[in-house]
Design a protein around this ligand. Structure first.
Ligand SMILES: Nc1ncnc2c1ncn2[C@@H]1O[C@H](COP(=O)(O)OP(=O)(O)OP(=O)(O)O)[C@@H](O)[C@H]1O
Ligand SMILES: Nc1nc2c(c(=O)[nH]1)N=C(CO)CN2
Length: 187
């Protein structure tokens, strides 16, 4: 008896000859606890140390009023990082969460202070909507602490379905987003 042939399923990687396509992703990082700049620096260094990730640009560091955080939360330091990556979106999320963990995230309730937060804002033109990942990030378009640093490093940035960063920013209160000229994240 002849055996049935093994099904051969074409997936995205097979169709690209086994090479995963490079995607450009926009990541937002923030910290409002402890050595805030050191946390952001450690996060970016850990991203760059990821073999499938190349850091393309890092924004200035912005000090920002907490948005939607409990009363008494301290100001955040925020920045946006542009990367090229061959990771799938869920693997990139896993990497972001692992970096948060590595730098000792201490969270008691949603919005509570955290040592390092790494959010995926957009990843190429990928759309996701499952229990682990929503892409584009569903609140990015209304957050000055994301849009201001993003515009700085990517003047043509766009949130698919929402619009260009340069246009979205006009409808957002950016008064609590202040560039810290004295601080810098380096590669
Ligand atoms: N685009 C995304 N980027 C990062 N995490 C996401 C994204 N979409 C969904 N998540 C999920 O959100 C979880 C983190 O939730 P958390 O309560 O820390 O949100 P937050 O960072 O405090 O708030 P916000 O989502 O408003 O930025 C992660 O475990 C992850 O599974
Ligand atoms: N200013 C500021 N506010 C926030 C931030 C943040 O990074 N910066 N992150 C939040 C949850 O991800 C909630 N609120």
């Amino acid at each position: 008896m002849t055996e049935a042939p093994t099904p051969y399923v074409l997936d995205a990687d097979t169709m690209t000859g086994g090479m995963r396509p490079i995607r450009q992703a926009v990541l937002a990082i923030g910290s409002n606890l402890g050595g805030r700049l050191e946390r952001l620096q450690s996060g970016v260094s850990a991203l760059e140390d990821t073999p499938e990730v190349t850091v393309v640009a890092i924004s200035s560091v912005y000090e920002t009023d907490p948005v939607g955080a409990p009363d008494g939360s301290g100001k955040f330091l925020n920045a946006v990082v542009l990367i090229d990556t061959t990771l799938t979106v869920h693997t990139l999320l896993d990497r972001a969460l692992a970096i948060e963990e590595a730098f000792g995230r201490e969270r008691s309730e949603p919005g509570a202070p955290r040592t390092l937060d790494v959010d995926l804002i957009v990843v190429g033109d990928r759309v996701a909507n499952d229990e682990h990942l929503v892409l584009p990030h569903p609140r990015a378009h209304e957050r000055g602490f994301v849009l201001v640093p993003w515009l700085e490093v990517d003047p043509e940035g766009e949130i698919p379905g929402k619009g260009f960063v340069a246009d979205l920013i006009a409808d957002v209160d950016t008064s609590g987003v202040v560039k810290r000229e004295d601080l810098e994240i380096i590669l």
